[in-house]
Design a binder for this molecule. Structure first.
Ligand code: ATP
Ligand code: MG
Length: 283
């Protein structure tokens, strides 16, 4: 049995559950308690506030956790970052009022910066050789300059909309973050084996996201050119058709490349192109 801590509610909750589900680890959300056992994998889910996850993992209240890299960096507990999970993307950035004529980090010298991430900010200023006043506040950091509590802020930015609506401009991107799988260092062998199993499944689930399965009919004479267009896992599958001079070609492509590939394939004579959802890629 292995125990994973995930966010009880908030931005990471649903995607954490979805990723576990895609990895064959289902938890019945209707029967959810503080600690819930998965029906399909020897795993328990512990629901916590995201701030508490790094500590829970480092102290052994949980073996694993899914949390933003920003929280891992801020809390500074000893945990291993095992996998990046590709969701919850954001950055922790310095932002100043838009009236400021900003040039470089020396602007912060002697100024007051409001943040919920004092540790990351302190390390950044130390690296830059800047001495600033760091004011730790728990929430609504973005209003601090407008109400005279600070000259600048250091906070999470994703789209930047919150900054704009508060008259602020992002000037330094200090940390790029996304949700990560963390583990307690030195897991017992039985738990390490379960972690390896989970890593394999999560990796496969992540890899198949955003991929499509592509099938088409193609003149046999165009196969070489099609292989150049479609570098699949090994190479595309090519099968003869009943009609002389034609074949059926199967491949896997990234969602973002899909239309470019389709246009290139049509240009070399592909017909009857089918695009199918892909369930899993197991390498
Ligand atoms: P909790 O109640 O668990 O403490 P919270 O209010 O601290 O929740 P959320 O706002 O749910 O946290 O954000 C959780 C994580 O989602 C952040 O720590 C960060 O890693 C990530 N995230 C991604 N984009 C954003 C964003 N635009 N604003 C805030 N967090 C974001
Ligand atoms: Mg939190």
């Amino acid at each position: 049995m292995i125990r994973i801590a995930i966010q009880a509610k908030g931005r990471l909750n649903e995607q954490s559950i979805e990723l576990l589900r895609e990895s064959g680890v289902s938890v019945d959300e209707n029967r959810r308690k503080f600690l819930t056992r998965s029906e399909s994998f020897p795993l328990e889910v512990l629901y916590l506030r995201d701030d508490d996850i790094p500590q829970a993992v480092s102290m052994g209240a949980a073996d694993l956790g899914i949390v933003g890299l920003n929280e891992v960096a801020e809390k500074g507990f000893a945990v291993d970052v095992v996998l990046k999970l590709g969701f919850g993307g954001c950055r922790v950035s310095l932002a100043v009022p838009k009236s400021v004529d900003y040039s470089d980090p020396r602007w912060f010298e002697g100024r007051r910066v409001a943040t919920s991430y004092p540790r990351i900010l302190k390390e950044y200023f130390a690296r830059e050789g800047v001495t600033a006043e760091i004011h730790e506040i728990a929430g609504s950091v973005e209003i601090a300059p407008a109400v005279g509590m600070a000259d600048a802020i250091f906070d999470i930015v994703s789209s930047g909309g919150t900054l704009v609506s508060n008259g602020l401009v992002e000037v330094e991107k200090v940390l790029h973050s996304e949700a990560v799988l963390i583990a307690r260092p030195g897991l017992e062998p039985e738990k390490q084996a379960l972690l390896e199993q989970l890593k394999f499944r999560v990796g496969a689930a992540l890899e198949s996201r955003g991929m499509k399965y592509l099938l088409m009919n193609l003149p046999t004479a165009s196969v070489e050119r099609a292989i150049d267009i479609l570098p699949a896992m090994r190479s595309p599958t090519v099968m003869p058709l009943a009609q002389e001079g034609w074949c059926s070609l199967h491949s896997v492509v990234r969602q973002e490349d899909l239309w470019n590939k389709i246009e290139a394939l049509k240009a070399i004579g592909a017909e009857g192109i089918l695009v199918l959802a892909l369930e899993k890629i197991i390498k």
